[in-house]
Design a binder for this molecule. Structure first.
Ligand code: ADP
Ligand code: MG
Length: 598
């Protein structure tokens, strides 16, 4: 029996297409809000019931449609946004002309709209069956109401998650669009029959300069902490522009919840861009911390193809490497420019910890205190030899008050618990973790040396022979050349042994064995690391730990002040190699508040 080939009817075609465009209620909300934005709306309201399964209603004050427009709007492949001649020049959210047709085929869709100079009109499409256009009273703009989503495709209904989960996805979609469009006002309400609507989000339109508007919008959405700790990013290279806000490393998060990327204002979930964001912070954050950033990549629409997926959440760059490298270098330059500035939340968290009534265990901890494993730290401390600063048996002393002192990190007054330097600034005090700070400085010195002259190695009088497991020996020898560039020269020494001939001179008389062990730990932690370059940076960062002043060592006044001055001059010195703060600053006003003087 030969099967007969038939042309599918319009309703079936739409239902099939709907499967791609409308995956869940949140995708319907995304399409409808994008339509409102394309229509030039200044205020957009989204109401939903039961996670969007029972009702989604999007109201806008945009240009509206006439009665004649309505049947076309719900027809498949009908759009006012492109003429089809140039798919490489798309400047609107929509262009495929299939969202409304899809929604009308899988749910009960009613459009009510009024354009300037026209009468209001309304049209209903029920599971693909279109009703007549009816005149109605309406204000300018459009209301799209979608009831019983997927009632016409029960299979899809089964895949929906709980109302709560679907509601969460709706809020997420709206939040991303609200970040992309700070000049537009957004509201999100949950409606339940017989109850007053519950307002979940209310954002008034911001005005003025786009950057300022965005900053105010982000303050409302992500909190004042985010903007207080975010660097403004605005870099351009070869017609590609990156703009937005990226937070200091000391304001990092335990997951990617505060990472938002946009391409030409379109929210995207793009692995290339998110990966570049991660790489940009690789040097200043430990692997389990995530940078917070809101970034928009702006380019000529011709350089990016948005017609990759019906939901348009993926894009394809004509030159992906250019996009990637702009993000990495742009963010790194901004972070470096921030110098020793550490997150303001550090001081806030410190004060919260000091104030007994404010102590609450479930308060979000914004900067991280997760240290490298205790064992590896104590091994590093135990094995490292003093270097950089002379070992001085200075007596504990409180230093005299500074005369005129305008240094940002102040003048050292005391060292306490053999690890914390207390310095006095013009407006408060600074507490420095000497080990963390010095580790960062040594790392930056090492990197500087590597880039400028190559890292100077110091030959061991007698090469140190280290017996290793077969895997470990092979793994080390495989990167021997890279290690030599870092000042650590190793050679095979028969069997599974290696000989260490040179160590980096900056580190002083370190234990070669401890260095090698740390390199191995780093390699094990990395698994299959992104690139050799990143791998070597991480190894360098670990090695820096060996050259730094251990906690527990007393420091002389000149040493402490020298450390403070070097911190001021060294980019990225506000956080250690793991993203923890190297110092906290308490303003006198904060201290006075602690004592109830204010
Ligand atoms: N909220 C709205 N305000 C004004 N016009 C709208 C609105 N929503 C849809 N339209 C019109 O309906 C057309 C079809 O919408 P849609 O199916 O989403 O396709 P697309 O957005 O890809 O053009 C749009 O091109 C637009 O002209
Ligand atoms: Mg659309």
């Amino acid at each position: 029996m030969r099967p007969e080939i038939k042309l599918l009817d319009e309703a079936a075609i739409n239902r099939i297409a709907a499967g791609e465009v409308v995956e869940r209620p949140a995708s319907a909300v995304k399409e409808l809000v994008e339509n409102a934005l394309d229509a030039g709306a200044r205020r957009i309201t989204v109401d939903y019931a039961a996670g969007g399964k029972v009702l989604i209603r999007v109201t806008d004050d945009g240009c509206g449609m006439t009665g004649d427009d309505l049947p076309l709007a719900v027809a498949r492949h009908a759009t006012s946004k492109i003429d089809g001649s140039d798919l490489l020049n798309i400047r609107s959210f929509g262009f495929r002309g299939e969202a409304l047709a899809s929604l009308g085929s899988v749910g009960r869709l009613t459009l009510t709209s009024r354009a300037a100079g026209a009468e209001g009109a309304s049209l209903t499409v029920n599971g693909g069956r279109m009703g007549p256009v009816r005149p109605v009273g309406a204000v300018q703009g459009t209301v799209v109401e979608l009831r019983d989503l997927f009632y016409a495709t029960p299979a899809r209904l089964k895949f929906l998650r709980t109302d709560r989960a679907e509601a969460g996805a709706i809020a997420d979609v709206l939040r991303r669009l609200a970040m992309a469009e700070p000049l537009v006002g957004f509201a999100l309400n949950e409606v339940t029959e017989g109850e007053a609507p519950r307002s979940l989000l209310r954002l008034d339109p911001e005005n003025g300069d786009f950057f300022d508007a965005l900053q105010r919008r982000l303050t409302r959405m992500l909190g004042a902490d985010f903007t207080a700790n975010a660097l403004r990013i605005d870099v351009e290279r070869e017609g590609l522009r990156l703009s937005g806000y990226a937070a200091l490393p000391t304001y990092s998060r335990g997951s990617s919840v505060q990472q938002f990327v946009f391409v030409n204002g379109r929210p995207v979930m793009d692995r290339l861009l998110l990966g570049a964001l991660r790489v940009a912070y690789l040097d200043v954050l430990s692997r389990d911390r995530y940078p917070a950033a809101v970034l928009n990549l702006i380019c000529d629409p011709e350089r990016v193809d948005v017609n990759v997926h019906p939901a348009k959440s993926e894009v394809r760059f004509r030159d992906p490497e250019a996009a990637r490298s702009l993000i990495i270098t742009g963010l790194r330059t901004a972070l470096t420019g921030a110098g020793h500035r550490a997150s303001s939340t550090v001081a806030g968290a410190t004060l919260a910890a000091l104030r007994p009534e404010a102590q609450s265990p479930d308060q979000p901890r914004i900067y991280q205190m997760d240290r490298p494993s205790g064992a590896s730290l104590s091994r590093a401390f135990a094995l490292q030899a003093p270097s950089g600063f002379a070992e001085a048996p200075a007596p504990y002393e409180v230093l005299p008050a500074p005369q005129e002192n305008t240094f940002p990190l102040g003048a050292a007054r005391a060292q306490v618990h053999e690890n914390y330097i207390i310095a006095q600034t013009q407006t408060g005090i600074v507490i420095v973790d000497q080990h963390a700070a010095h580790e960062r400085l040594v790392y930056e010195r090492l990197k500087r040396q590597r880039d400028e002259t190559g890292i100077k190695a110091q030959a061991l009088l007698i090469p140190e022979i280290i017996e290793l497991g077969a895997d470990d020996a092979a793994r080390l020898l495989a990167i021997a050349e890279g290690l030599a560039a870092l000042g650590l020269t190793i050679e095979p020494f028969g069997g599974h042994a290696i000989a260490v001939r040179e160590t980096p001179a900056i580190l002083g008389n370190v234990s070669a064995r401890a260095l090698v062990q740390d390199v191995l730990d780093e390699l094990a932690d990395q698994g299959d690391s992104p690139s050799l370059l990143a791998k070597m940076d991480a190894i360098l960062s670990r090695m820096a730990c060996h050259g730094s002043i251990r906690s527990g060592r007393q420091m002389r006044a000149e040493e402490m002040n020298a450390l403070l001055r070097e911190m001021e001059d060294t980019p990225l010195s506000g956080q250690c190699n793991h993203g923890r703060p190297t110092y906290v600053e308490l303003k006198l006003t904060d201290i006075e508040r602690l004592f109830g003087r204010r």
